[in-house]
Design a protein around this ligand. Structure first.
Ligand code: SAM
Length: 226
């Protein structure tokens, strides 16, 4: 199973039903986003973040996308002012270079992307933002959970026994649809990528972003300027 399948099945309902912003999201949005120009939200799910922004910023032109069609169908029913689309973050070729003033990649969407596609996803986010524009990201933080290191050794020992690659920060979902994922040690599990702060900062710099704020509050929050 991959993460697209996860969000089309076990994690669909819970993300469609969510509303409101977390304290961290509210404060980053209030601080960095102004009520004009164009904004894009990546991995919008049921539209939660885009809809909350649209309620407060009526002069912003908002586009939001997700690669799960069912998520976008549900989002469209909730709000007809936002341009909701089915797209994959690794290919945003429908948008011209520098089209957006703001890009929001919150709720760890980049951590859900297969590791080999992460540079491509970051490159696309950089390409679609105008010079001087702002991109707000959050990433799963490997060091935020004390048990990640022992968990990784257990998971990777099972991988090594199957003759698979040792990948420290690529961890299986421990819960799916709110229930414990008892199959987490088995072959072919969906995984997420847990970043080290300096590693993701370097990847963002490699695509050209300037980092203007970093916060570690459960997740790694990074605000960038192009
Ligand atoms: C943790 S959920 C967050 C949903 C929403 N942003 C929210 O906070 O309520 C992550 C979302 O990212 C989407 N997603 C993951 N990888 C994606 C990709 N490569 N392209 C587009 N959407 C993706 C999933 O389908 C899912 O809806």
């Amino acid at each position: 199973m991959d993460n697209k399948k996860v969000y089309t099945t076990k994690e669909l309902k819970s993300w469609i039903e969510r509303s409101g912003l977390t304290e961290q999201e509210r404060s980053l949005i209030a601080h960095y986003i102004k009520d004009n120009g164009r904004l894009i939200e990546a991995g919008t799910g049921g539209g939660r973040i885009a809809i909350e922004i649209q309620k407060k910023y009526e002069h912003l032109e908002i586009t939001a996308f997700d690669f799960v069609g069912e998520m976008i169908l549900s989002a469209k029913k909730k709000n007809d002012k936002i341009d909701f689309r089915v797209l994959d973050a690794s290919n945003l070729s429908v948008f011209e270079d520098e089209y957006f003033d703001y890009a929001i990649y919150l709720q760890q969407i980049v951590s859900l992307v297969p590791q080999e596609l992460i540079p491509k996803v970051l490159k696309e986010s950089y390409r679609i933002v105008r010079k001087g524009g702002i991109a707000i990201f959050s990433f799963l933080d490997f060091k935020s959970r004390k048990f990640n290191l022992p968990l990784s050794f257990i998971v990777n020992t099972a991988r090594a026994l199957r003759g698979e690659k040792w990948e420290m920060q690529k961890l299986p979902w421990l819960k799916l649809g709110g229930k414990l994922n008892w199959s987490f040690l088995k072959k072919g599990q969906p995984t997420t990528y847990w970043f080290i702060e300096n590693e993701i900062k370097q990847l963002l710099k490699n695509v050209g972003f300037r980092i203007i704020k970093t916060e570690r509050k459960g997740m790694i929050y990074i605000v960038c300027q192009k």
